[in-house]
Design a protein around this ligand. Structure first.
Ligand code: PSV
Ligand code: MN
Ligand code: MN
Length: 388
């Protein structure tokens, strides 16, 4: 197996994008709990995200969600981010909190409402022009609750046409990433339920349309790393929304529920050429911290991704290939598991120290006094995420 020192250099390539909404209050449909010091606007969300980057060196960009993060001057927001050492990243569209979208957005039968949803996405692309963002991320709540409620095929046809209109507005350097989810808020048929549907639409659109894989958006038991391998093979893996699930779309801390799955995913990323600055795969978190503290929640998340990435990089690929070739089932599995069971925590602490970062970012945050400072300074934070 390679030594940690053999892979240490590769860890510098890791960049994980934080979701602005992870810093606001969020909850379930039962209750949204509030946390002292929660950001009151996009500027404060970015300040909190920058704190995560300052302590970990892993999170140089922040994804925005429109309209949750709409500000008067996005140029000013970008400068604010740059002054704090981060940049603005993916722009997420939102067609799930407007009365008009009760029966769909890009798939709606009413041409006026469909045009409104397209116009929203055009506005998001205009914002990307100001923020310098590369990716427009589309997740749709569209779908039906009862058989017969909608014409499944007609909805696909309208979706294809709407996406075409959105795609046509993109600049040459910009991309569209289409996220899938197999249920919720629609419970019978979701209009982009799986990677195959997303892939089909992306291929029809063109080269700059790619699939977004949210790790929480699959049926229980789905082999997510297979999807990763397949999309990389097809050249259409655009981005990840990382999070953990025990039951459905739980949006819990990535690597908390099933670190082994995160390891398997990161191994396929590495093996499939998805790791590294030029891979074109964006690694984003999509999480909500309902009961835990938000900034430490994000620190823990990026550290979990780094830890499983390091272990995935440690897999002895030559020994694995040899065992695969020889039909050595248990030998191959042992090579794989050896890397997974390697505790890299103290090596990562040393890696951080060597880069001028705190050895223990969680403790460094606790000792920094930042939480007390924002609790005293910020009063009356807004709710972010669902219901903002
Ligand atoms: C939908 O469940 C989703 O995963 C989409 O990415 C949304 O934009 C996001 O959650 C909001 O948290
Ligand atoms: Mn998501
Ligand atoms: Mn989700």
């Amino acid at each position: 197996m390679p030594n940690f020192s053999d892979i240490a250099g590769l860890l510098a390539d890791q960049a994980i994008e934080l979701p602005s909404w992870a810093f606001g209050n969020s909850g379930t449909r039962f209750k949204v709990f509030s946390t002292a010091g929660v950001p009151r606007d996009a500027y404060e969300k970015i300040a909190d995200a920058a704190k995560v980057h300052e302590l970990t060196g892993l999170a140089p960009s922040v994804a925005l969600h429109i309209p949750w993060d709409r500000v008067d001057d996005f140029d000013k927001l970008g400068t604010h981010a740059a002054n704090l050492g981060v940049r603005l990243g993916t722009i997420n569209t939102n067609t799930f909190q407007d009365e008009d979208y009760k029966f769909g957005s890009l798939t709606h039968v009413d041409e006026k409402i469909r045009a409104k949803a397209i116009a929203h996405m055009h506005e998001c692309i205009d914002i990307m022009g100001v923020t310098g963002s590369r990716d427009l991320k589309i997740w749709l709540p569209d779908g039906t609750n009862y058989p017969g409620q909608g014409d499944l095929r007609g909805r696909q046809d309208r979706l294809a046409d709407s996406l075409q209109q959105v795609y046509a507005r993109l600049g040459d350097e910009q991309r569209l990433v289409l996220e899938y989810k197999f249920f919720e808020p629609a419970f019978y048929a979701t209009d982009v339920p799986d990677w195959g549907t997303s892939y089909t639409h992306c291929v029809a659109l063109g080269e700059r349309a790619l699939v977004c894989l949210d790790t929480g958006h699959h049926a229980p038991g789905t082999n997510v790393e297979f999807i990763v391998a397949q999309l990389l093979r097809l050249g259409r893996l655009g981005s990840f929304d990382f999070n953990s699930r025990f039951y459905a779309d739980d949006d819990l801390i990535v690597g908390a529920a099933d670190p082994f799955q995160l390891f398997r995913i990161m191994f396929e990323v590495v093996r499939g050429g998805g790791y590294g600055p030029d891979s074109g795969v964006a690694f984003m978190l999509d999480q909500c911290h309902n009961v835990e503290e938000k900034i430490p929640g994000q620190i823990r998340s990026v550290l979990n991704v780094q830890e499983m990435t390091a272990r995935a990089l440690l897999v002895d690929r030559d020994a694995l290939a040899e065992a695969e070739r020889d039909g050595d089932v248990l030998g191959a599995n042992e090579v794989f598991m050896d890397a997974f069971y390697t505790d890299v925590r103290s090596d990562l602490a040393d890696w951080r120290t060597s880069r001028g970062l705190p050895a223990n970012p969680m403790r460094a945050f606790r000792d920094s006094g930042y939480a007390d400072h924002i609790a005293a300074e910020r009063v009356g934070g807004t709710q972010a995420g669902w219901g903002a």
